[in-house]
Write a protein that binds this ligand. Structure first.
Ligand SMILES: [Fe+2]
Ligand SMILES: [Fe+2]
Length: 190
């Protein structure tokens, strides 16, 4: 089973919410299954975003077995993890950068950011998802704040993150699953 098939099979097995088929149809038309997860860091290669989303799901399920209290459904774990980074869909483009190799300048293919919908990071994922499926408060809070202390609003002095963490365990658990996946499991290609 390739990554795309694995992603779709997890979605169909774990999520039964109205609108899922429309959301999957939109993913199919988008670059989701071919996009990287970043330009220079984890998963910076075609397919990296889909791979990252599956990794975050698997890590979140493990974390919830240890730290969960049974109040959050398996469906919410799946939605929050598999779709937390939909803000990165149709967001990267391929470009070139000149690098020196053996004393010669050569054009190397690189991924670049091409933001066409500047609505924030977690905020944008929430907004896009709500076009297709209705999110619960736990899912909204977790997806909105999944960047945790790296979120631009937190850096600017916003206190919403700690309030969100008090309101839902999923906020902390999703951000930790995200960091474990990107920092410990995923490759960065030079
Ligand atoms: Fe993210
Ligand atoms: Fe992520």
């Amino acid at each position: 089973m390739n990554l795309k098939e694995k992603f779709i099979s997890i979605c169909k097995q774990e999520i039964h919410r109205e609108g899922l088929d429309e959301l999957l149809a939109w993913l199919e038309k988008s670059d989701f299954y071919d996009a990287p997860a970043s330009t220079r860091f984890h998963g910076n290669y075609a397919g990296g975003l889909c791979e990252h989303s599956i990794n975050v799901f698997e890590q979140l399920v493990k974390l919830y077995e240890i730290y969960g209290d049974g109040s959050i459904s398996r469906e919410s774990l799946a939605i929050a993890s598999l779709f937390h980074d939909v803000c990165k869909i149709n967001y990267y483009k391929q470009g070139t950068r000149n690098v020196k190799e053996d004393g010669m300048w050569v054009a190397k293919a690189v991924w670049e950011v091409d933001e066409k919908v500047p609505l924030g990071h977690g905020e944008k994922s929430c907004i896009i998802l709500q076009w297709y499926i209705k999110l619960t408060m736990d899912e909204l809070l977790a997806i909105r704040w999944h960047m945790s202390g790296f979120d631009a609003a937190v850096k600017g002095g916003d206190y919403g993150l700690s309030k969100a963490q008090d309101m839902s365990k999923l906020v902390t658990l999703l951000s930790v699953a995200d960091i474990i996946s990107s920092n410990l499991l995923e490759e960065t290609r030079k």
